[in-house]
Design a protein. Structure first.
Length: 193
């Protein structure tokens, strides 16, 4: 019941995300995801640079999105901490993974990062994710464009829709953080006493 109520509240304040593979060839592909949330760009920026609060844990190496972090400045890391495991050598520290690194950061306006996400990390590709935030009468439009090119052992016609789907989940996760942005806390039903 709680999930149904949460979903109903979110449906009222965040427009559904749009997603598509906008270009594809043997050399690479481009995906585009959009969402509009009822929040100002500054608030969206603060959420964007805290991916541990909205990234889907199913798309992490550690299994927990809370291990994700983003240093939103040029050369900064969009990274994930990998915890020490029971089979780690004694006195070892946890590992880490760089998903992308920041090449452009304009707070409340744009974030650009380079790196191959997920299975693309092991391929000889150059990939750039550009996130733009635009103030609109409805709130903030979030636009993600992920451009991937280079040599891949996978067929672009097969991997592009999968990457698009995963990125769509992430922008939806970010949008859902604004279930009540700009309007205070959602009103809850008062319990009968």
């Amino acid at each position: 019941m709680k999930h149904l109520l949460t979903g109903a509240v979110l449906a009222l304040v965040a427009q559904p995300a749009g997603a598509e593979v906008v270009a594809s060839s043997d050399a690479g592909f481009v995906t585009r995801q959009t969402a509009v949330v009822k929040a100002d760009p500054a608030a969206v920026w603060q959420a964007l640079i805290a991916p541990g609060g909205w990234w889907n844990s199913e798309h992490t190496y550690s299994g927990d999105a809370k291990n994700m972090y983003l240093d939103a400045q040029a050369t900064g890391c969009f990274c994930e901490k990998l915890p020490v495991t029971p089979d780690s050598p004694v006195n070892s520290r946890g590992g880490s993974i760089e998903h992308m690194h920041v090449i452009y950061a304009a707070p409340a306006r744009a974030l650009r990062m380079k790196g191959g996400l997920g299975p693309l990390q092991s391929e000889a590709v150059d990939a750039t994710l550009t996130v733009t935030l635009k103030d609109t009468p409805e709130g903030t439009r979030i636009l993600w464009e992920y451009v991937v090119g280079g040599y891949m052992r996978m067929k672009t016609s097969e991997i592009a829709p999968l990457v698009d789907k995963v990125l769509s989940e992430q922008i939806e996760g970010l949008a859902k953080t604004f279930g009540s942005a700009g309007a205070g806390e959602p009103k809850r039903k008062k319990s009968k006493e």
